[in-house]
Structure formats: structure tokens, C-alpha cells
Ligand binder design. Sequence first.
Ligand code: EPZ
Length: 424
Amino acid sequence: MADRLVISKSGPLRGTVTVHGAKNAVLPIMAACLLAEEPSIIDNVPHVADVISMIEILRRLGVQVAFTGDRLVVTPGRYDGTVAPYDLVSRMRASICVLGPLLARHGKAQVSMPGGCVIGPRPIDLHLKGLQALGALFTIEHGYIVGTAKALKGARLHLSGAFGSSVLATGNVMMAATLTKGTTIIEHAACEPEVIDLANFLKAMGARVEGHGGPVIRVEGVARLHGVHYRIIPDRIEAGTLMIAAAISGGDVTVNDARPDHLGAVIDKLCEANVTIEKQNGSIRLRASKPVQAVDVTTLPFPGFPTDVQAQMMALMAVSRGVSVLTEKVYPERFMHISELNRMGASIAREGSSAIVKGVERLSGAPVTGSDLRASAALVLAGMTADNHTELSGLEHLDRGYQNLEAQLRQLGANIRRLSQAET
Ligand code: EPZ
């Protein structure tokens, strides 16, 4: 049996906790390092499995990577490889974001087709559409996307899909455009803070990018980019998870290095649910002294309510007063956590891309299994409020995106510990 977490009923969380750097910002930024020949230094990098996977991919491409403390030093060579292999890409879908940089820098790339995952199909049509607009050609051979780009040329392109824009497709096209002759206009670009962070990193490398954070991004191609020293933004999803941990425990917690401007929709919904939130400079204080009320939530691309906080919000609504409807407009299948929460005594019914959550008095601890990164976090939060003990297995999902979540929660007073394989 692999590692597991034992979470026991915990009292109100109290104290302060600091957020790590954003996993979803650092992954495309690591890929962006491929655009320069010189080394880049990246600070505030979280120790999570997805970062380790991306390090592996860069090393397979012939890039030197050193990871000490929260600092990454990435040193691309003059002629790095251009193949991102199946065994690594299948582990982490975000590997697709090496496609744009490899095509722009080397004119060719082979990236294994990323698999689907439990939150739903993970198509890459928008990535290919955007890069094809710049002149890239693609074939699918033996499970690999094989891309060639004799001479990329700036173009106006449109990135909207059935579920809005695409965060990593916006990143892929923006990265490729920085070394593409001419002007590229990306219409219906993703507006997530992680896209802004990537654009700021590219600008620090000497790229000419404007409009990032809005729906139209303009890139003027340049001949070459240089290495930089850059600090990653804080992880808004980790911050949202910690805020909901405070709310579900009826606690009083200050989350340091959290950006209120990245969490507007989450703050808005928690206030509507009767939680008191104080925005201080660089931190957010959350107090849940009153009973939490049920609220309806619909996930949307930024600045809407983030899909990556939907499962955690469902855990809170499971023990709130009233009935809430949670609707997924980004990943309509992202409801694997419903069955696990119901095993803990929640009363949640799935209706297509919505979940109807009837708040219950209390949950009861049970052995549960994480299915994806954010569903696992939701089960940790539910375990803290449930009677008796909850044993969470499948920690490989949680460890993909959280650096020692149990230590952060324990520091706030939660009854939670990690048991290794051998321990009973
Ligand atoms: C990023 O994934 C995040 N991952 C996801 O976080 C996050 O849930 C997602 O953005 C949405 O915010 C990273 O940044 C590493 P999308 P990404 O392309 O870019 C559809 C987590 O928990 N789509 O914005 O892959 C897609 O199916 C992870 O940290 C297409 O149709 O997501 C989805 O419905 C999970 N065609 C919607 O767009 C495409 O070519 C948004 O996906 C690409 C996407």
C-alpha cells in the first residue's frame, strides 16, 4: 500500500500559512526557457511532482536543470533534442507546452499525444490550430504529434473552443510567436494570471508581448531571446484551497503571499456563504465564525470561479446550510469526487454538468481514494470536518500540485498525518 493520509476530526484552524509558487505558472515558464540559448533562474518554484516531471522532460531534451530550494536554474544547449517521450508526457498533460518553443527554436518537435484524464477528455485541437496558423505542419505518427515549421510567420488567429479559450494553448502560441517573424494577434486568448506570468517572463527574456491578461494578445517576433532571473507568482489555487480549509473548520486563518486580485470570484462566493474575508496587502484573512450558507457556483475561465477550486468548494457546500448547485462550464465531467464525498455521508446528486449538494449536519470519516489533484484536496478538507478518521489513498494525485499540504494544515491545527507504505 502506498503512502496515505490519515485525517481526523479537527477543530477550527487558526494562524497564518504561506502559499507556494504557482505550479500552473512555472510549468509553461520552464518550457519557455527552451526559447533562449542562455540559462534562466526561476525562484519561488514549488516542490511538486509536476515540476519534477517537467524537469525530466527538459533533461530528456538535452537541457541542464538544477533544482535547489525553491530555485530552478535551466540551461538550454545550442542544439537541444526535440522529442518529448511518451513515458513522461503521459504522466503530465502540461508537457504539451514544449511544442511551441521547440517549433520556434528548432523548426521541429515530436511530442507524445497527451492522454485524457479523469477530469475529462483533454483535446489539443486549439494548440494545433494556433501553431498551424503560424505555419507549423503536424502529423500524428505512432501516438506522437510530429511538428515541422520551416519558417513560421506572424498571423492573426482565434483560440476559442466550446469551453472558452485554452490556457496552455494560449501559452504555446504566445511562446512560438515570440521568435516568429512579423506580428501575431491571438484573439480569444486565455486571461488567467498564469498566462500573464508567462507573458511577463517572455518580456523579461526580450520578447515583445502586449495585451496579456486580456482576450487579445499581440506579439512582435524578435530574432533571439536571452536568459532571465524571474520569480513565479503565488499559487491562487493553493490559496483558495487553504481559504476553504479555514472556512470548513470554522477557523480564523491568514493566508500570506495570496493575491486578492487573483481570487476575486472565490472571495466573492465565500463572502456570499457568510464567511468574513479581510484583504490585506499581500495576504488574505478568513474568519468563519458563523454557519456557512449554501451558495450556487458556476466555474468559468478567469476571472470567473476557477474549475480548480470546484471540488474544494463542493466539500464546503456538503456541510453548509441549504442546497447549492455547482455547475462546471470548463470540464463538465469533473465530478469524480462526488462518489467519494457521498461515501463520507454527503448528499450530492449529479445532474449532467451540475451537482446538486444538499448540506448535511456532519460527515463521517471513511477510507477514500483521490482521483485527481483537486478532488484529493477536497477529500482532505472533508476529512478535517468528518467524525472519526478518514484515510486518503492515491496521494500521487495530491502530490502533483501541493507541496506538503498536510504540513501546512497541521501547522494551523489540523489533525492530519502521512503514513508511509510500511506504517500501519
Ligand atoms: C490549465 O490546463 C491548468 N493546467 C488546469 O489545471 C486548469 O484546470 C485549466 O487550465 C483550466 O483553467 C495547467 O496550467 C498545467 P485548457 P489546460 O486548455 O491549459 C478545452 C490543475 O488542477 N480545450 O484551458 O490544459 C478543455 O478540454 C489543472 O492544476 C479544448 O477543447 O486547460 C477544457 O474543457 C487541471 N481544446 C477547456 O478547453 C484544446 O486544444 C479549458 O482547457 C485545449 C483545451
